[in-house]
Design a protein. Sequence first.
Lengths: 312, 292
Amino acid sequence: MSKQRRFILWVAVALLLLGTGLGLQGYALFQFQQWLVLVLALVGLHGLTAQAGLLSLGHGAFMALGAYTTAMLTHHAQWPTPWAWLAAALLGAAWGAGLGGLASRLTGHLLALATFALAVAVPQVLKAPGLAAWTGGAQGLTWTPTPAFWNQPLGLTLCLLGVVGLAMGAQQLAQQRVWGWALVAMREHPVAAAELGFDLPRLRRQAFAWSGALTSLAGGMGAMVLGHVSPDAYTALLSIGLLAGLVVGGVGQLSGVGLGAAFVLWVPQWAGEFSQSVPWAIYGACLLGVAYVAPEGWPQAWRAWRRKLTKR
Amino acid sequence: MEPSIWLLQLSAGVANGFIYAALGLALVMIHRTTHHINFAQGEMATLSTYLAWQLIQSGMPVAAAMALTLVLSLAMGVVVQRVLIRPVQHAPALTQMMVFVGLLVSINAFTGWWFGHVLQAFPSPFPVQAPAGLRLWSGHQLGMVGVTLIVMALVWLFFRFTRLGLALRAAAQHPEAARWVGISVPWMWAWGWGLAAMLGALAGMLMAPVVYLEPNLMMGVLLYGFAAAVLGGMDRPQGAVLGGLLVGVIDPLLGTYVVGHELQQPAVLALVVAVLWWRPQGLLGPKAQGAA
């Protein structure tokens, strides 16, 4: 695809999403907003896990951080929502930079298991009675936002569309520049990347900070969409679901996050009606299936299949 | 004289620590050979425990059911490695993690669907009371400690004195050289998985009588087993045992005296991360060559 046609395609998709956001109402709009939130979260996970190869199984914790930051600042401290979002993104970046330091000590699967431990610990911390005055304990927090523009359904949708667009644009640009190449080099061959003069511990911190900021912001915006935060929304299942969404959307493509977010949003809703085991089973089957069929993303898998078929 | 509460907690912690050590050893066994972390280790252990429970329900004596389960778990580990893990043996880390996590989630869903989410009582093969002089432990706790110690000794003897054990060590330390002397390295990996599954099953069957049997039985134990393994230095079997005991002892003490039971698990995990910050190679690991 030429650069020009790609640009036209992106603009068309952006206009389509804008039209959808303006056209929908009620529950459909609510679902669309939730989808945008998950797209933003997955853009964050994509940059870290697919691009930089730093495995995170704890991105639900970032969403919880952002959600609770936003909830507490708007509810207890009466901050205007955009400032609360900014605080959520900055906290996410700071927390991410810290984890990035850990990533230089625990590599590969060890890092994934450590972040998974974090994802398991977060709901327990949020439920702790000692913090209940701020977090609302097991019930969480419910509040009525001020009638400001960005708290109305329309304003919230526009904010979400703008942030998602900016995040995807920035991610796309970063991937085409030295920083993005450095991350790929670090993923594919850390020793060679270090020889080329890249400061790997710093790259890890940066990648984690960027990813953490996006996913935490997604959590914060999600809290405003729901008007409610509760510890049980941010269990390990969410973190595993985010990974499954990333994988189902296709590991190599940023555009796959749209499909992935739809997967994370609707599979638990639909499958949860049958039994509590069914969403887990679907996540598991998808993770295993994609790992063997399309480990490098759908276009690569499609090309490999076509090559096999034309050979005969 | 009645033993004081903290002494009882300490002894219970040591007993639980041996279980974390067993699961940590299982993780170390796989990490040493292939640098994989088997996320599904805990869920495989839960499945094994349900298998033993089913056998006991059908009338088999408890000890026999446990022995049979250990053998079946060995087979399960070998089959899982040969069928599911071998195709991604050299794949990127993300692909491998997809398989491990997929396995974790799938097995968890399977046990939940097949056996239900109802809590089941799991019988202990040991007498209720410990012999006099060891009353700090219940009979089951003493059994836990004894059996785990015996199995660890057996594992050590196996690696030290049998041909298969030697071949396994060779395949782990120097796969290329092992291949030159005629060892089938991929099969050694499969045996490693089998042994790990067996250790996991042991941990599961000893844990189930302490708490109730349910599909998420080993999720917390997996995290503590992982904590034990990294605390000791991921590639050190002795380290996993030391780490397991430390985690086992620190866990109830932190819960009772420092942070409260609600924050017990997060506090233990945070402590482990703090130790890793200070000593990335673990307590018994070799001097770090600097993680690049």
